[in-house]
Design a protein around this ligand. Structure first.
Ligand code: MG
Ligand code: ZN
Length: 306
């Protein structure tokens, strides 16, 4: 899907802005979270001004000086971060773990005709869901094996991706990639970067003559995001009861799952949609910002003296 053209800028004047208090507040009352929050104030200064649309003015935070709204939101995320043994993390792939939307780039670069544009426009206008859009676009893609390998190998990751995987593994936090893209593209890209990915749940693609056929085993006609992969249904089905859900994403297909998360890290279209709905989220520029918050909330275990 073309994510680049649907970026909607968040606004500080949203009528919903005042209502951003839907997250469970009981976590913030815990001494553990209070402790991590004070550290988060120092950490988030590294994130300042990386997202222009969110850096809307400054707010006083006492002896720590001035902070942008983004900093304040990240501090709030630190307060709400559950401990590792009570958390599970759900991560989008395209545009979140990568710096670009893989399917969008493939479609733009390798479609046999320009017919993909009409599908894209219809999806943008909300006239069709991503399944219909993607299925139509993939049927137009023509690319050989060698060129496909080269294309997938050219995809760059967010600079914080290895750090996020390492952090989650070190703390034993269950994680899953929920993607509206293609499972074996994701596997190829992450392995090309020598990363062992967490489990992936996604659409898949099979050869059908000269073209490809999209297969959507996790589609739901009831999906509120009208996505090929209903991420909220996957999260409901696979989530561990009793664990707090942390969601990280950037696009329209993330919205249905993000609505049901306890803590949200968002950028791009997802951030704009959450903003419009008055749902609380922490903005991020790169996954390093997310890692800062989690690392601050999840202190290192002290090494025992020999
Ligand atoms: Mg995405
Ligand atoms: Zn859904």
């Amino acid at each position: 899907m073309a994510a680049s053209s649907v970026l909607k800028k968040g606004t500080s004047t949203s009528p919903h802005r005042k209502n951003r208090g839907d997250l469970d507040t009981s976590l913030g009352a815990s001494p553990l979270f209070q402790q991590s929050a004070s550290r988060a104030i120092r950490v988030v200064s590294m994130c300042e001004n990386r997202i222009g649309c969110r850096a809307r003015g400054t707010l006083s935070i006492g002896r720590h000086g001035l902070a942008t709204q983004m900093q304040m939101d990240l501090v709030r995320a630190g307060k709400k971060t559950p401990p590792p043994n009570a958390a599970e993390v759900w991560i989008d792939f395209d545009g979140t773990l990568t710096t670009q939307d893989v399917v969008d780039s493939l479609v733009r670069g390798f479609c046999a005709t320009d017919a993909w544009r009409a599908l894209e426009d219809a999806w943008q206008a909300g006239q069709i869901g991503s399944r219909e859009c993607l299925a139509g676009q993939f049927s137009l893609v023509r690319i050989g094996e060698e060129d496909l390998d080269a294309f997938l190998a050219s995809i760059s990751l967010d600079p914080g991706t290895p750090r996020l995987f390492e952090l989650l593994g070190r703390h034993g936090v269950p994680a899953m990639i929920l993607s509206d893209g293609i499972d074996w593209f994701i596997d190829y890209i992450l392995r090309a970067h020598d990363l062992q990915p967490p489990p992936v749940r996604s659409n898949t693609l099979v050869r059908s003559g000269a073209s490809w056929q999209l297969v959507c085993p996790h589609f739901s006609p009831a999906c509120q995001s009208a996505a090929a992969h209903c991420k909220c249904a996957s999260m409901e089905r696979l989530g561990t009861p009793g664990r707090w859900r942390i969601y990280v994403g950037d696009g329209r297909s993330d919205l249905c799952a993000a609505r049901k998360a306890h803590l949200r890290f968002a950028k791009g279209t997802l951030a704009a949609n959450l903003e419009d709905e008055g749902l609380e989220y922490a903005p991020f520029a790169t996954l390093n910002d997310v890692c800062h918050v989690l690392e601050t909330a999840w202190p290192q275990r002290r090494l025992r003296a020999a």
